[in-house]
Ligand binder design. Structure first.
Ligand SMILES: [Cu+2]
Length: 166
């Protein structure tokens, strides 16, 4: 029996390398609304009850009516309020946060007004509570007023003292 070896090559069947594209596409079936992301409950900052806790601002020094020498050293204090540097970007002022403003020879501004960034006002947007400045001899009025992150004056947060520089 003669084997057919007449050079006829047997066809080689290569397994077709079919790459099955995994159907990762979870086809969005029309009508099926995407599941809503679970909303994390964020506790709202506690609203300060000002009926029992009233924020105040004042001078630690100099004392009202004091006679001092120049340069005049000042120290500010608040209670029931957080003194904080102003954030780089402010959209909404943070509740219960503020910074000092010193008005030299001027009175308290009305509530809800933006404190000017100009004389006679000095902003302490870095959150500092001490200051030293030269003042000419004679009587002076020093006004300390809190502004929020947008430098807007707040109800009840202003005080004025009188000093004499010798
Ligand atoms: Cu300010």
């Amino acid at each position: 029996m003669l084997r057919a070896s007449n050079g006829r090559r047997r066809p080689t069947y290569w397994a077709a390398g079919v790459v099955m594209a995994l159907a990762t596409a979870t086809v969005a079936c029309g009508g099926a609304a995407p599941e809503a992301e679970p909303v994390e409950e964020v506790a709202a900052p506690p609203v300060e009850d000002r009926s029992s806790v009233t924020p105040t601002v004042g001078f630690v020094s100099p004392a009202d009516g004091a006679t001092v020498s120049s340069p005049v050293s000042m120290e500010f204090i608040v209670s029931n309020l957080n003194i904080s540097p102003v954030p780089a970007e402010v959209v909404t002022p943070r509740q219960g946060m503020g910074h000092h403003h010193l008005g030299i020879d001027t009175e308290c501004l009305p509530v809800g007004e933006a404190i000017p960034r100009a004389d006679p006002w000095v902003h302490f947007g870095d959150g500092s509570q001490v200051f030293e400045t030269m003042l000419p001899p004679g009587p002076h009025t020093l006004t300390l007023q809190i502004g929020d992150d947008l430098h807007v004056t707040q109800d009840g947060l202003c005080t004025t003292i009188s000093i004499t520089v010798e």
